[in-house]
Write a new protein. Sequence first.
Length: 262
Amino acid sequence: MAERVESLAKAERAQPAVSMKLPQLQAPAIDSLPRNRLREMLAAGREAQECRRVLEKGGLNLVGEVLRGQGEFIEYDHYPEDDVYDADSHAQYYYHAHRGLTAEHGHFHTFLRRPGSLVGASPVDFPASEPWPQGDDEIAHLIAISMDAYGWPIGLFATNRWVTGETWFRASDVIRMLDHFRIDHAYPSWPVNRWITAMISLYRPHIEALLMHRDAVIAAWRDAHPGADVFEDRNLEITGQLDISVDTMVRELRLLLGVCQT
């Protein structure tokens, strides 16, 4: 068993009760996906498992790798400092903690910088009350990956704009950005970079579902709060989340593809 990661995260605040009816999120069924997509997902799942295997063999884990050499672990701070960025793909991520959830140590946020130039998309037209990053500073949040106290993934979630300070693009455009997320270097850890790249491919259907649900939640919230800037509303933080298990997903993919355990 990998060493448990010490958590210093504290409860930020309780999520306010919301009386309005929000769209419900269901985990996507993958049994109807094309076999080539299933094969891509299985390859990504095996990659994620291999990254875990080599780390566990050395008594390490994914979170410990990004915290190593970073000093005291302080909630809200980014790890590693200044984030991880691939100048070729414009993919970026960081790890931090702040939600104070019992099962969660912290989470990774994944992004694509200058996404409009990569996929030909434009930010949504909205009278924002706070400035959004523009031009070369454009940045789109793809998905967040929740991690447990042992440094392994347990969930995915999508967020409102204010949470990450992003430029807001439609879900359909963010989905096209997923193809560009790739961290192809060894800082701060080659296994972590390979793992987080694989996770985007392995859970592509789930990420797509979370992004489409995100937009539905935003639309419902905006309709219920006319005149307010929905993207800056601190009462709307997490728009949807799904529990995940890499090992369970890989087993399901093997069954669907008729692939024997090796």
